[in-house]
Design a protein around this ligand. Structure first.
Ligand code: PLP
Length: 457
């Protein structure tokens, strides 16, 4: 008997409510509404315990790039678990999948990114990156360079380092002192600005804030600047095209390391292997997770560029850092197969030349709807802004009611999309078909109609 058959839906919900503390969840709220028990998935669809079919326009949490139900990925894990389920990479040991994957990652990333440090998640990758960056400056004989600059409303994970580096005020407001030596500048969120500047002028202005902050702090104290190429959890905030090149210029000028957090943008999401490829910048390090295994098993890592690796490895001696699951053989085996799928099925190219442009065109047509103030999308990562007035682009209220109305109606009508305040975001699996995009857009239009009706009443 499968686990599923052993209990009723009500049993699952009651046990869940009694014993399971969920991430980012108000449990009083969950206790009343009850959790939705997801039992299986295939392609772009997930199915709940009542067998409702729901189009997952979020790829889980931005991670199921290759889609659900890939038996090759399950087999890769199963085969590896039978051969060697676990062994560590400490004490001069390694395993074939972790080495093979390192070589594949080198091949799909930019030419100067030749080495990887493995972790178990995006948050651990961020922690690791901070330790590498600070260690680099120590070995370089500039130990005062410890400050790391990030952006407000950035998401870099949920460990104490991730929360500290991220710029999410609801997270900062809980749990006392954060990691010291972290600074935040404003995000390049054009729609939230007064929109008096052109996109290009706005891009330069927002990048210029980095230079101002470096000068305030003294470049001799600044270790690195870190940013998601496109902010994901913050609401798919797509910077103007000139933003990243200007950030890169400023980093170079002041000798500050540039780090891209590619946890969402990597592995084809933007129609290139990585977000830094899309924005044409050369980061000194990148952090990754999520799409590397399409979420089938946990894995993350930091790709370390030659400039940093040469110092860390050639001159730094032992680096006192690592995780039990660094280079986990089963996770690495799944990642190898996942990257092979992306390559063999040309999914990255498909996002760039076929399904990406197809969905973008349909997505932008949603801007016709009376409650939509802006639509934006790169590759298969997009957002739309819900507004009460199209001409002024004014929000409905400050309680994000419209976003919540939209999101709740969507999931009850066969569509998962996320609401970040009144910003609706989407990030479907890269294998989504043209028909499935049509279905996604049709459902989205219905959700917008419903939101308009509720907000007007
Ligand atoms: C999800 C995410 C993280 C954190 O990853 P976890 O695996 O949840 O720890 C870090 N950075 C970005 C950009 C993310 O989207």
């Amino acid at each position: 008997m499968s686990l599923l058959e052993q209990r009723t839906k009500a049993d699952w919900q009651a046990l869940d409510s009694d014993h399971y503390i969920h991430p980012f969840t108000d449990h009083k709220d969950l206790g009343e509404k009850k959790s939705r028990i997801i039992v299986r998935a295939k392609g772009v669809y997930i199915y709940d315990v009542d067998d409702n079919e729901i189009l997952d326009a979020m790829s889980g949490l931005w991670c199921v790039n290759a889609g659900y139900g890939r038996t090759e990925l399950a087999d890769a894990a199963s085969d590896q678990l039978k051969e060697l389920p676990y062994y560590n990479s400490f004490f001069q040991c390694a395993n074939p999948p972790s080495i093979e994957l390192a070589q594949m990652l080198k091949n799909i990333t930019q030419a100067h990114l030749n080495r990887v440090f493995y972790t178990g998640s995006g948050s651990e990758s961020i922690d690791t990156m901070i330790r590498i960056v600070r260690r680099y400056w120590e070995v370089m004989g500039q130990p005062k360079r410890t400050t790391i600059i990030a952006r407000k409303n950035a998401y870099h994970g949920s460990t104490i380092a991730g929360v500290s580096l991220g710029g999410m005020s609801p997270m900062h407001s809980q749990g006392g002192p954060l990691l010291p030596g972290i600074e935040h500048i404003e995000q390049p969120y054009w729609f939230e600005s007064d929109r008096s500047l052109s996109q290009a002028d706005f891009g330069l202005k927002m990048a210029g804030l980095l230079e101002e902050r470096i000068l305030e702090l003294g470049a001799e104290n600044v270790a690195a600047f870190v940013g998601e190429p496109i902010q994901g959890a913050g609401g798919v905030i797509i910077p103007p095209d000139n933003y990243w090149p200007e950030i890169e210029r400023i980093c170079k000028h002041y000798g500050v390391l540039l780090v891209n957090d590619e946890v969402i943008c990597g592995f084809g999401r933007l129609g290139e292997w990585f977000g830094s490829d899309h924005f044409k910048v050369k980061p000194d390090l990148i952090t990754f997770a999520k799409g590397v295994t399409s979420g089938y098993l946990p894995l993350g890592g930091v790709m370390v560029g030659d400039k940093v690796a040469d110092v860390l490895i050639e001159k730094g001696g032992e680096f006192n850092h690592g995780f039990t699951y660094s280079g986990h053989p089963a996770s690495c085996a799944v990642a190898i197969k996942n990257i092979q799928i992306l390559q063999n099925e040309k999914l990255v190219e498909r996002v760039k030349n076929d399904i990406g442009p197809y969905m973008q065109k349909k997505w932008h047509a949603l801007a016709e709807h009376p409650v939509v103030g802006e639509t934006r999308m790169v590759g298969l990562m997009g957002a739309m802004e819900l507004v009460s007035s199209k001409t002024s682009c004014e929000r409905f209220d400050d309680k994000s009611t419209a976003g919540t109305v939209y999101r709740d109606f969507a999931v009850n009508n066969g569509l998962v999309m996320r609401a970040v305040g009144d910003t609706i975001v989407t990030s479907p699996p890269l294998i989504i078909s043209h028909d499935e995009v049509d279905e996604l857009i049709e459902k989205t239009w219905k959700c917008l109609d419903h939101t308009q009706k509720v907000m007007a009443s």
